[in-house]
Write a protein that binds this ligand. Structure first.
Ligand SMILES: *[C@@H]1O[C@H](CO)[C@@H](O)[C@H](O)[C@H]1NC(C)=O
Length: 405
């Protein structure tokens, strides 16, 4: 567009404003902005699970507008929160958001002019080389030969032993002695190892080993809570006999709600030992987030709080922030407040209108917002310093072939 469109200035009638059709060269800032837009939906919209479960699994009607409002408001709410915590999570020099450094180096490789060193490659050429080869390779484990992502030697040797399959299976067991030739499987316990600091990787690895190779086997082979009745490693729900839980039996079809009498006469809900530990530990990590942040970052947060409320406001910003402040005006805080108020209002409308199809009362939304408000800062601090996001509890391959109900 910069090469072909006319750059002749066009005057807006009756004003002194002019503009031109030519946007100028495509620059890094535009590219980053487009990436931010795209990322808003590219990571998957969590609320879409609710919609697909209601429609495909329970085969119930859902008003399309209610469904759209649900997806939009749950996504947008975060932008309001982000503004509330900007001082602590963005402006603070302690919050360095490791994943963004990977992005920054990619953008710089794509946009900065660079002279090719003799006998070497520019960063852009290197990027495209790695991009093409990783794409070409991933066709093999991702499509042609999925077995490559878990070569389970233990299972091949002891073909008929159930215990060997439980211990050695890479896809449905503990995966001991199982070998992966697929980067996304190998690194899936952690997200991207390139963007996480070493202490965080070691921490995650230690927790992973403790959970999967100590806690789960002990619980399973001591038959705690009848654990042996269920698969050691599964995301399904089971009844007391070990069969898949039959949800239609406890569902009140008319109200789309739990039928307590049917539930009491059928069975409690059981989970596999691995899944039960994952649920339990998810709640434990949530509260651990609070104590971790209080102990490790508490005094920094307190200092920042004191400074933001005192006269020496901009003193604590790092050099980069101060330079940026000189050239660019910050987005006003009330923009975020407007987004927040508007999305909360729309969420309440989505839940209270539409014959209450979404089933969440208005106070439930406010309670959810209050919980989120309480946890955003600690979870944000952990993600900004270790690249560990609370939501990504399960390895990405874990639900492959399993349905999460
Ligand atoms: C589940 O329960 C419903 C209602 O009792 C029954 O019709 C259905 O056959 C059951 N499904 C299975 C898989 O047992």
């Amino acid at each position: 567009m910069a090469a072909t469109l006319p750059s002749k200035p066009i005057r807006v009638p009756l004003t002194k404003w002019t503009f031109s059709m030519n946007p100028g060269p495509f620059n890094l800032k535009e590219h980053v902005l487009i990436t931010i837009f795209a990322n808003c939906g590219a990571g998957g919209v969590y609320a879409v699970y609710i919609i697909t479960i209601v429609k495909a699994f329970y085969k119930r009607k859902l008003n399309p507008l209610a469904a759209m409002l649900l997806a939009q408001t749950t996504q947008l709410l975060g932008y309001g929160w982000a503004g509330l915590f900007r001082k602590y999570l963005v402006d603070s020099p302690f919050m360095w958001w490791p994943a963004n450094l990977v992005q920054v180096s990619l953008f710089r490789a794509l946009h900065e002019k660079e002279k090719r060193p003799k006998g070497g490659l520019t960063r852009l050429q290197f990027f495209f080389m790695v991009f093409a080869s990783s794409f070409a390779y991933y066709v093999v484990p991702g499509y042609l030969f999925p077995t490559l992502s878990a070569l389970s030697f233990v299972c091949w040797i002891w073909k008929n032993s159930v215990t060997a399959q439980q211990i050695g299976a890479g896809l449905n067991g503990l995966g001991i002695g199982s070998f992966g030739l697929d980067w996304s499987t190998v690194a899936s316990f952690l997200g991207s190892p390139l963007a996480s600091p070493v202490f965080a990787i070691i921490n995650v690895l230690a927790g992973f080993i403790l959970n999967l190779y100590v806690l789960v086997p002990i619980a399973y082979w001591t038959n705690t809570y009848e654990a042996k009745r269920f698969p050691i490693f599964s995301s399904h729900t089971f009844d007391s006999t070990g069969q898949p839980y039959n949800i239609s039996r406890i569902l009140n079809e008319a109200t789309f709600d739990l039928d307590h009498d049917a539930f009491n006469s059928y069975s409690k809900l059981y989970l596999s030992p691995f899944f039960a530990f994952n649920y339990g530990l998810s709640f434990a990590t949530l509260t651990a987030t609070i104590s971790h942040v209080a102990l490790f970052d508490g005094s920094d947060i307190w200092q920042m709080w004191k400074r933001t409320t005192s006269a020496a406001r901009d003193k604590f910003a790092d050099v980069h922030t101060r330079l940026m402040k000189k050239h660019y005006e910050a987005v006003p805080q009330w923009w975020f407040h407007i987004i927040l108020v508007a999305t909360v209002a729309l969420s309440i409308y989505a839940c209270e209108g539409f014959d209450k199809q979404l089933q969440l009362p208005w106070w439930g939304i406010l309670l959810a917002c209050a919980i989120a408000l309480f946890f955003t800062l600690p979870i944000g601090i952990i993600q900004a310093t270790t690249n560990q996001a609370y939501l990504h509890q399960f390895p990405s391959g874990f639900f492959r072939g399993n349905s999460l109900r």
